[in-house]
Design a protein around this ligand. Structure first.
Ligand code: TXA
Ligand code: MG
Length: 316
């Protein structure tokens, strides 16, 4: 079992493994990432293989700070304002890639843009500092499956494929970073995530439109079916059948489910986001015929939670 507590010693070993071209799973504040040296095409190939991820789907590159990000990409005024406001934190910026960035073409799927993120997690920061090079890191799950919010989720899905799985406990944000393109004209939202749309709009001082549906191919995290458990989901449920599991939200959920997990009894959206993926995994494993999901307000973080649930519910 390659799961180890994320001590400084383990972080050093992980950085050495990364420098040798191996891949390592590590915690961030959103979900666990599966990292590789972003300059090393052979290492990055291992990440695509481990996830069975289509090669056209580019990876996010993680760096310790804005200075490191500026060595890889060009920031216009709004990109800089967003980085100042939200880094370190769960916002990924898609920016024009510097031709001299040294990032392997596979990372960006041959695009002339690059997605950059500065994670707000002490272990992720320690790993980036120890490595001294940028890490390409998608979520550490098989492509299309539910993202991991605990080291055990990574071990269950990827086993000993990563050289090490750094265990930093359960992640606090629970859903992936928000992805915003700031590469041509006004910024556009490519993926809903842990930084709410209205927080970004407040910094920009203008609305943040979603990319039009067809343009979503520019961010395949938008692929229709994604984040999906094996059990079918029934959204907007106000009642539940005995052969169903119930993903509840708020006080007084309906009784009678085979198994019930409540995302947040108090109706708190951040708590719900943090519990979302682990709850889907647990209900997926309880042998129910379907997972009934109670309605969740479509505001603030609820927008991203509902986005993930809709994609998880898409029929195969
Ligand atoms: O919270 C997160 O973002 C996590 C943690 C590990 O940092 N990472 C993550 O990575 O969710 P991944 O690979 O599962 O999602 C990356 C998203 C995908 O939707 C991808 O299409 C998009 O970012 N993306 C990456 N590079 C892009 C680019 N150059 N242009 C447009 N979209 C891009
Ligand atoms: Mg992912």
């Amino acid at each position: 079992m390659p799961v180890v507590p994320a001590t400084q010693d383990a972080v050093t070993r992980a950085a050495e493994a990364l420098a040798r071209g191996e891949i390592v799973a590590f915690p961030t504040e959103t979900v666990y990432g599966l990292g590789a040296d972003a300059r090393n095409a052979a290492a990055v190939t291992k990440v695509f293989a481990a996830k069975a991820r289509p090669r056209f789907n580019p990876l996010i590159v993680h760096v310790p700070d804005l200075a490191a990000a500026e060595r890889l990409a060009l920031f216009d005024e709004s990109a800089r304002a967003l980085a100042d406001a939200f880094w370190p934190g769960p916002l990924s910026l898609v920016l024009p890639k510097r031709p001299e960035s040294g990032i392997a073409d596979l990372v960006t799927a041959g695009l002339d843009t690059i997605a950059l993120r500065v994670p707000d997690h002490p272990m992720a920061q320690a790993l980036l500092t120890a490595a001294g090079f940028p890490l390409a890191a998608p979520s550490a799950n098989r492509s299309g499956a539910v993202s991991p919010t605990a080291a055990a989720h990574v071990a269950a899905e990827l086993g000993d494929i990563p050289a090490l799985i750094l265990d930093g406990g359960a992640t606090t944000r629970g859903i992936e970073s928000t992805v915003v393109r700031a590469s041509e004209g006004a910024p556009v939202l490519l993926r809903l995530g842990a930084t709410p749309r209205e927080d970004i709009e407040a910094v920009l001082g203008s609305p943040l439109p979603s990319a039009p549906d067809g343009a979503a191919i520019a961010s395949p995290g938008q692929l229709d079916r994604h984040y999906a458990p094996a059990t079918p989901l029934r959204l907007g449920a106000t009642d539940v059948a005995p052969n169903e599991a119930l993903l509840a939200f708020g006080p007084n959920p309906p009784h009678g489910a085979r198994k019930t997990l409540n995302l947040s009894v108090g109706g708190d959206l951040q708590e719900a986001a943090a519990n979302l993926f682990a709850s889907l995994r647990a209900l997926d494993a309880c042998g129910a015929e379907a997972i009934a999901v109670m309605p969740i307000p479509d505001e603030s973080l609820g927008e991203a939670i509902n986005d993930r649930l809709r994609r998880a519910a898409k029929a195969r």
